[in-house]
Design a protein around this ligand. Structure first.
Ligand code: ADP
Ligand code: MG
Length: 322
């Protein structure tokens, strides 16, 4: 079976303008799982990662609202909780869709810890906004009393910023290997995984940070020797001059071409940037090919018929000189 890491974008679980009711989330997950079953029927063994932004956002609102009643849930624990909530939805929906397609596969979601480096420069510069918009007054109080970083994000107000360090390893990778060898469809590194530091004495400790889910997916894909990294989102692929009159979607490029482009084109930091960097990292470090495409084009994207495909340099030569 061909192992592929599939990074599910936010739209796999929540579509634009939807409230985050569990009924809606389950409906979307069911639709996504139908696609996934097609991949499985096509002979692929998918390993999934997914985002958790809106779900963590809701937990942080609960933190604020219930602060007089129960202890605050720290961000690493929120990450663990949402891997459970989303993993549960995927596990159940995927089993149901497999059952309907008369396919038998074990399905498991694995609470995953992702190693980050205490010396990562990201820790000195928090950039990832999380949680609810609050007033300037509250933001100032948190900055003073809790030494947190807050920024005036837009007209809606102030938001807390946390670091977004690079994933340097997957703590639980040997368990993922064992599950894959047993033929399981695995959900891992949800929300980028829970970021943890390894102290000099070897002990792990959760940190208040967010690892980008696409970069975690690239790390995971390298570590399990996946043949493809498939990043599914809500646009047809990667565009240059995105949103401008001369916008152009990229179809197929070598990793060296992408490297050149990364220097020239300012891909937006909170959305397409990490996907493009994840694709680059995976192919550059010897991983195979990477595809960024729309959720509904998953199969076509894997076959190179849709989306933006990043291939190793030698693969392009082969295709020119068959
Ligand atoms: P996901 O939940 O799938 O990670 P994101 O919102 O983080 O989704 O990223 C996808 C979004 O990136 C698209 O909806 C699009 O608006 C935006 N985007 C920014 N720059 C580009 C670009 N150069 N090409 C295509 N999409 C882009
Ligand atoms: Mg994103």
């Amino acid at each position: 079976m061909k192992r592929i890491v599939v990074a599910l974008g936010g739209n796999a679980i929540l579509r634009a303008k939807q409230l985050s009711s569990y009924e809606e989330q389950f409906d979307n997950v069911r639709r996504t799982c139908r696609q996934i079953v097609e991949l499985i029927a096509g002979g692929y063994q998918p390993i999934f990662t997914h985002g958790n932004g809106p779900q963590v956002g809701n937990l942080l609102i609960q933190n604020e609202a219930a602060s007089a009643l129960v202890p605050e849930v720290p961000l690493d624990v929120c990450g663990a909780e949402t891997q459970g909530q989303i993993g549960y939805m995927i596990q159940q929906a995927l089993r149901n869709e497999l059952h309907a397609a008369r396919l038998v596969r074990p399905v498991v979601s694995l609470l995953t810890q992702v190693l980050v480096d205490a010396d990562d420069p990201a820790f000195a510069q928090p950039v990832k906004p999380i949680g609810p918009f609050l007033s300037e007054e509250v933001a100032e109080q948190r900055m003073r009393d809790k030494r947190e970083t807050w920024a005036h994000v837009d007209a809606r107000g102030w938001r807390k910023l946390v670091p977004s360090p690079q994933p340097v390893g997957i703590v639980d990778v040997e368990v993922i290997h064992a599950l894959l060898d047993a033929g399981a469809v695995v959900v891992a590194c949800g929300g980028g995984g829970v970021p943890v530091l390894r102290r000099p004495d070897g002990q792990l400790r959760g940190v208040e940070a967010v690892v980008d889910k696409d970069l975690a997916a690239a790390r995971l894909a390298l570590d399990i020797h996946a043949e493809t990294l498939l990043i599914l989102t809500d646009v047809p692929g990667v565009a240059v001059n995105f949103g401008k009159s001369n916008e152009r979607y990229l179809r197929r490029l070598t990793v060296t071409e992408l490297g050149t482009l990364l220097v020239q084109e300012p891909f937006s930091a909170g959305s397409m940037g990490p996907k493009v960097r994840a694709a680059y990292r995976f192919v550059h470090d010897g991983g195979g090919r990477a595809t960024i495409c729309a959720l509904d084009d998953a199969i076509a994207g894997l076959e190179g018929k849709a989306g933006t495909v990043v291939v190793p340099d030698d693969a392009m030569q082969l295709s020119f000189h068959p």
